[in-house]
Write a protein that binds this ligand. Structure first.
Ligand code: C2E
Ligand code: CA
Ligand code: CA
Length: 744
């Protein structure tokens, strides 16, 4: 095993020329070699032989230990030992080999090179052992004259340097890949460059101390237009400042030089990396203080790093510009709905209380102005509006345009108390025209529970409601409204199941002739119980109407009404009609009349026995189309009644032209009746109107004898109400009919 002395033998002293030492940089750090030997004389001669030894430009630091135990302790404290010259036989015959095992296995140091030396020939360990323990060399002390020793140390250190370089490159590459991954996730140039400085410093194992400068978009812009976008260490305060503000003239000069010559510069105390940015991104220069020259592997790692970082820089810049497109309103140059959404998400991710709110402001005038005066006028109006809003809600509030004339302001609740309606409609001063038709809604984000997308939608909904209600103040979001919405939503799902499973039933409320008290008909009312608890129709009918469920529900009610009519006929009451309530949504379907005809045919019911009650509002809301359907239904023979008559005065004028046969006096007017002073009451007027038009009138909600007497006296033929009967199941109604004897 001996004799593999490095090639070159005695010429081991001719070192490579000193590297160019710009500006007298400190020479490279010493390399540490440990000699472990219990023979002080050998240690002494070793020290002498290596006294003037240098490896490349590095001096040698020689440590000594006189036992394996001492060496082990020393190695644990000094991880940067490059090589060990180790006596095989010390405390025991195998003390040296035991130490090697401990270094490799316990200390886990695979890089340190080990050269075994022994005084006794024949103590050489097995070749296998040498390989296993990665022992570089094995020498007899007697062979170690000065030159050979120096040669051995040089060779060993060279191997160590290669092994260490490999290890470092591997770690460095891992680090670069990791850094690349981290950097790839960043979209902000400032954040990116700050991270880049830290990653770079970590790679080179120096403290982060440097700057990143970016040249503005235009390539022909002067170098001095470069700005600091990232900074660390003593430069930390320079972020966003011009490059010119860097105090150190040397560093400022280096950065300018790198940008000017478009090349990286290496100095003994720092590195300047130049990033070309390619076609897409701006050029950048990075200065990092290293306070030392880099070695060859470090330079290689730096090149790899730079390639990664350049790609990252291009991405960040691209992301920033996409940001501009995706998050900026093209017309006004202010944040758009996406930007607001992103900010909202960030805000709502924070724990309550956030003390923040959202204001939605709409300018109705925009549409009118654009239509009447042209789009340019509309745009001008928006620009004025954006300016005014930004003035009313300065940063940190964010003013964004959502669409058309709708803006949103996001910011601290305290800053949002200003009433935009009052402010905008008042005008800034006497010269500026005030804005017209401003509506606003405010959502307190601490009260709001929900997703970011919902917050804007909630604001817009409030705004619409405010406008529909003609209110002229900022509509406020209330959490209870939200809870109510949620409850209604849950109920709509339960109702959906009930309709699908056929769990909607009917109750019948008799209508009596005021003259003789006989039952002349009944109103069919929908009934729904959930978990044994009845849900009032006043609650579920609006939900059914809002969700469209009223269509299948109404159909089921009509079908049950047909079944009831069949049962009544069999019970001997073939002439008593039933009235069903028909919602505008049912009426608006073009198939409604056909479906109705199909149903009455199936149950062999004459259409004249099925009256359709349509609310006054419904008749009026969709006048023309509604009228055509009503006319068709009337032609088919179905009697029509106007429900809740009197609640929408407008139809009083049209009622004569409607194909209806009955008016149902709304129960509120019945309630107004009292024996004495009802001379000019609505009830009176409606009864008179009915008589004049030849229409039957039914008074709803009759609860007292007094009301009944009054109605009779004023010529109202029919009545319905708790006074006579509560809505009841079909069986009860049939019993009631039998009780009064056959109708005739
Ligand atoms: P409506 O059509 O005006 O029905 C009359 C309502 O007055 C019924 O309430 C009835 O129980 C109640 N009522 C009866 N007598 C009196 C009384 O003496 N005093 C008072 N204060 N109220 C009385 P209900 O059953 O709660 O129905 C409420 C509303 O739900 C109905 O008002 C109707 O608009 C709607 N509705 C009920 N069933 C249906 C249906 O099958 N289809 C549609 N589209 N709507 C329905
Ligand atoms: Ca009704
Ligand atoms: Ca009614």
């Amino acid at each position: 095993m001996s004799g593999n002395a490095p090639p070159g033998g005695d010429r081991m002293f001719d070192f490579r020329p000193e590297p160019v030492d710009r500006e007298g940089a400190p020479s490279s750090a010493p390399l540490t070699v440990l000699s472990v030997d219990d023979d002080p004389a050998f240690q002494q001669s070793l020290r002498l032989a290596l006294s003037d030894f240098r490896f490349d430009d590095s001096p040698l630091r020689l440590l000594t230990a006189s036992s394996a135990a001492e060496a082990e302790e020393l190695l644990a404290r000094t991880p940067d030992v490059s090589a060990i010259l180790l006596d095989v036989v010390m405390e025991s015959d195998d003390a040296g080999l035991r130490l090697v095992r401990s270094v490799r296995e316990h200390l886990g140091n695979a890089e340190v090179r080990i050269v075994l030396v022994t005084g006794q020939p024949g103590m050489a360990p097995m070749k296998q052992t040498l390989q296993q323990l990665d022992i570089s060399d094995y020498w007899l002390k007697t062979d170690l004259y000065r030159e050979r020793l120096q040669g051995i140390v040089t060779g060993t250190l060279r191997t160590w340097r290669e092994i260490r370089a490999l290890g470092r490159a591997k770690r460095g590459l891992q680090q670069i890949v990791q850094a690349g991954r981290q950097l790839a996730g960043l979209h902000d140039l400032g954040e990116f460059s700050g991270h880049m400085l830290h990653e770079l410093a970590e790679l080179l194992e120096v403290p982060p101390d440097g700057v990143v400068c970016v040249r503005t978009e235009r390539r022909d812009a002067p170098l001095s237009s470069a700005r600091v976008v990232g900074a660390a260490g003593r430069f930390a305060g320079l972020r966003t400042r011009p490059l010119e503000d860097i105090d150190d003239p040397q560093i400022r000069g280096l950065l300018l030089e790198a940008l000017g010559t478009r090349a990286s510069i290496e100095t003994p105390t720092g590195q300047v990396l130049f990033f070309d940015g390619g076609e897409l991104a701006p050029q950048a220069a990075v200065y990092l203080a290293t306070r030392r020259l880099l070695d060859e592997e470090e330079r290689e790692l730096l090149r790899v790093f730079a390639t990664h970082a350049n790609a990252g820089l291009v991405n960040v810049d691209l992301a920033a510009r996409l940001d501009q497109v995706a998050y900026c309103d093209a017309l006004l140059g202010i944040p758009n709905g996406n930007a607001l959404q992103r900010e909202l998400e960030r805000m709502l991710a924070m724990p309550v209380p956030r003390g923040c709110g959202l204001l939605v402001v709409d300018l109705d005038q925009y549409i009118h102005s654009s239509l009447a005066l042209g789009p340019e006028q509309g745009d001008l109006l928006l620009e004025r509006m954006a300016g005014r809003l930004r003035q009313l809600y300065p940063p940190p509030c964010m003013v964004a345009r959502l669409h058309e004339g709708t803006f949103a302001v996001l910011g601290p609740s305290a800053s949002l108390v200003t009433d935009p309606v009052a402010e905008l409609e008042q005008g800034e001063d006497d010269h500026a025209l005030p804005f017209l038709g401003v509506d606003a809604a405010r959502v307190d984000l601490d009260a709001y529970r929900g997703a970011a997308s919902g917050a804007v939608a909630t604001g817009l909904l409030l705004l619409r409601r405010a406008r529909a209600g003609g209110h002229h103040e900022v509509a406020e979001y209330r959490a209870e409204g939200e809870a109510e919405n949620r409850a209604r939503f849950l109920e709509s799902r339960a109702l959906y199941r009930a309709v699908r499973e056929g769990r909607i039933h009917i109750a019948l409320q008799p209508q009596v002739c005021l003259e003789d008290g006989r039952i002349v008909g009944a109103e069919v009312l929908a009934r729904w119980s959930e978990g044994g608890v009845p849900v009032p129709p006043a609650r579920f009918i609006p939900i059914a109407e809002a969700s469209g469920l009223i269509v299948p529900l109404g159909r089921q009610v009509i079908e049950q009404a047909c079944q009831a009519l069949q049962a009544m006929e069999r019970a001997g009451f073939p002439d008593i009609p039933l009235s069903v309530n028909v919602s505008p949504l049912q009426l608006r379907r073009r198939e409604f009349d056909e479906e109705l005809v199909e149903l009455v045919a199936r149950y062999r019911i004459e259409p004249r026995r099925l009256e359709l009650e349509i609310t006054e509002g419904a008749v009026m809301s969709d006048y023309q189309a509604g009228r055509e359907m009503l006319a068709r239904l009337r032609r088919l023979g179905f009697p029509l009644a106007v429900d809740d008559f009197g609640t929408g005065y407008s139809s009083l004028r049209y009622v004569h032209s409607l194909p209806v046969s009955r008016l149902k006096l709304d129960r509120h007017f019945t309630a107004e009746i009292d024996e004495e002073g009802a001379g000019n009451s609505v009830a009176d007027m409606i009864i008179a109107l009915g008589r004049r038009l030849g229409l039957d009138v039914v008074a709803e909600g009759v609860e007292t004898q007094a009301q009944a007497r009054w109605l009779q006296r004023h010529g109202c033929p029919c009545a319905q109400g708790y006074l006579y009967a509560w809505p009841e199941p079909l069986d009860a109604f049939l019993l009631r009919l039998r009780g009064q004897g056959r109708s005739g």
